[in-house]
Design a protein around this ligand. Structure first.
Ligand code: HEC
Ligand code: HEC
Length: 239
């Protein structure tokens, strides 16, 4: 993704947001200012929405309803440089594990409505290819079905596999691209790195397009822990 394009208009936002985090951090040592979760997440609202529902910006992901350990792992990944997006890296630099746990738990419990599904902007062949990979994988290229880990309803699995519904196509392709290029890492063994490197550019475009056109299910909760045996080992997901 073009981080410069996103970064510049966001500097102003970032300064406001950072002020929120630091005043919340300060509030921990100065008991007179109330340190509520509402005050803490104000720093995140400009980009992720107050309830983590996401915004119209194609690169700002929905957080709401993703498993708490998944969100916590990502906040740590940003803090420790395994994921790179300067505003996020900066915001979490000085936050403790405990603080990150609490923010992660907050967003995992939010249930704001999903945005309407995107209208397909690619050919119907591409959409069909995307659906096929997500639901069935591609055995000829050793690509497992995405649904085998992200769940039949694509709402993820506890404790640390995220849902893939309600995300913009550009965000999904950017993340798969980041795994392929090595700028995003997960706890080893990094199953998503293995899978992303087996996908071609066309495959990435196809899965991202199909996923973004899906309607979220009525009850979008992640599948229970260990309810599916993952086809590859993932360091973040206990078997
Ligand atoms: C300036 C905009 C901005 C602000 C402010 C911001 N974020 Fe983010 N956040 C992003 C972007 C963009 C990404 C995706 C970055 C990437 O490409 O990896 C992201 C990713 C994340 C992720 C990973 C999501 C996933 O599904 O993998 C989490 C968790 C997160 N942010 C939490 C927060 C929290 C908590 C705050 C407030 C303390 C916050 N963010 C503030 C823009 C922002
Ligand atoms: C073997 C299990 C497994 C399979 C199969 C799998 N994933 Fe994942 N996926 C994961 C795990 C675990 C994570 C969380 C990684 C982390 O902690 O960063 C993840 C994260 C993701 C994310 C990041 C979401 C976000 O909010 O940033 C995307 C996008 C994704 N997977 C897409 C796919 C696609 C597309 C496929 C199919 C081609 C797929 N995955 C197949 C286990 C899997």
């Amino acid at each position: 993704m073009s981080s410069r394009r996103i970064f510049r208009p966001l500097l102003a936002l970032l300064l406001i947001s950072a002020a929120g985090v630091f005043s919340a951090a300060k509030a921990q040592t100065q008991p007179k200012t109330p340190d509520t979760m509402e005050a803490r997440v104000q720093a995140c609202a400009a980009c992720h929405g107050t309830h983590g529902q996401g915004t119209d910006n194609d690169y700002f992901p929905r957080l709401a309803g993703k498993p708490a350990d998944y969100l916590y792992n990502q906040l740590k990944n940003f803090r420790e440089g395994r994921r790179k997006y300067p505003p996020m890296n900066y915001l979490v630099t000085y936050l403790s594990d405990d603080y990150l746990h609490q923010i992660a738990a907050y967003f995992s419990q939010q249930r704001p409505p999903y945005p309407p599904p995107a209208k397909p902007t690619v050919s119907s062949d591409t959409i069909a290819r995307g659906q096929d990979i997500v639901l069935h994988g591609d055995a000829s290229k050793q690509i497992p079905a995405c649904a085998a880990c992200h769940g039949k309803a694509l709402t993820g699995m506890e404790p640390a596999i995220p849902g893939l519904v309600g995300l913009h196509a550009d965000y999904i392709s950017a993340q798969l691209g980041a795994w392929r290029s090595g700028s995003r890492h997960a706890i080893a063994p990094d199953c998503m790195h293995t899978i992303a490197t087996r996908l071609t550019d066309d495959d990435v475009n196809a899965v991202a397009s199909w996923l973004s056109t899906q309607t979220a299910p009525q009850n979008p909760v992640p599948a229970p822990a260990r309810s599916m045996k993952t086809p590859l080992a993932c360091g973040s997901e206990p078997q």
